[in-house]
Design a protein around this ligand. Sequence first.
Ligand SMILES: Cc1ncc(COP(=O)(O)O)c(C=O)c1O
Ligand SMILES: [Zn+2]
Length: 431
Amino acid sequence: MGVITKLPQQVCDDCAATTNDRDAAPRCRACGGLLSLVHPPPEVRGAALRASFADACCARPSRTASGVWRFGAIVHPGAVDDAVSHPEGNTPLIGREAIGAWAGVDGLLLKHEGHNPTGSFKDRGMTVAVTQARRIGARAVACASTGNTSASLAAYAAQAGMTGLVFIPEGQVALGKLTQTLAYGARTLMIQGDFDACLRLVQEAGESLGVYLVNSINPFRLEGQKTIVLELLQQLDWDPPEWLVLPAGNLGNTAAFGKALEEAKAWGLITRVPRLVSVQAAGAAPFAAAFERGFDHLDTLTPETLATAIRIGAPASYDRAVRAIRGTDGLVLSCTDSEILEAKAVIDRAGVGCEPASAASVAGVRKLRAQGTIKEGDRVVAVLTGHILKDPGILQRMHVEDGPLSSNANRPILVAPTLAAIEAVLTSLDR
Ligand SMILES: Cc1ncc(COP(=O)(O)O)c(C=O)c1O
Ligand SMILES: [Zn+2]
């Protein structure tokens, strides 16, 4: 199609050492820094580049049914024809009056990534990373995970016919994610430690055992995750909102969003960038704390939050995320678990639903609007990162069991098996 003629390179964020797009090293061989995929500028820009994404759908309908590979020319051009694709992406931008009203933002839009094949945004990165693993002949793929990455890895490894190996923190992964991972067939190691310990271990194991790492420091993962932004911009006819808000833990997604926006602006897909907002859980908010101090340094911590997907105290993509926030005049804030669960209850009751971590974005929107940072009339897109059924344990505590989370429970109603008993219930609901 002529959009891309040269392949991207992997470039070290710290020392600028370069390597080709088939190198399996998880980090820079010279200095240990993180690697980014740097694309040569596309040969067409602006409207022509935008049109090429639509043309891609017609040229290769099967592959471009994917909301990731439709943008393959600026994601992983060397692999478009061999993608391991479910397909994924093509997630809806949802507006619900009740949620906007609660957050104080008319027209609030939710980019619901829970509509991906394994129920989270991770599929967008995983299709690219597992495609890359197969392309370079890796024998197995591995990751550390708070649950969603492992579920996604398991599904894509199964599709590719590869061994999947996941490291998860014992007792800290939501039931939906753990059982998905097992069911799709990944070998699952429950580590007696937190996510940060899992990430350290999987990196050591990767290097010594020759397993291809697909954590979010993997540059190909981030390329796939860029398409959340590209797709939502496309859905908005390339007219960006003022604000783009997402939950943040290990900061891979914040980094991917920043890269997507930087490239979209540089290549004329958009003429201005939205302000990026990363929202953390108050008990796991090292990035928000660093932001308050002008990003002077990162203090890692022992994380604690009910939003297990973002229960991370030593975010691996910190430097990249700082660049993303600075480059978009963005913000970082934190919300308490009760603010997050209040937002989740509103999202759930509107019939949309999401897992706890996802609701952090909407809780953050409400806070920024209440303090006047988000202005009347600003257009806001908040990303919901995972599906409501990912964490049935929290739903059980909110609606079935008695306890601190059940103050607004919608309890199941025990009824005798008679029409009269059901009529009595309906009459009581009418009141
Ligand atoms: C549902 C959900 N939301 C948000 C995040 C945070 O993304 P990141 O770790 O890239 O900041 C994760 C990461 O696991 C997640 O699973
Ligand atoms: Zn380096």
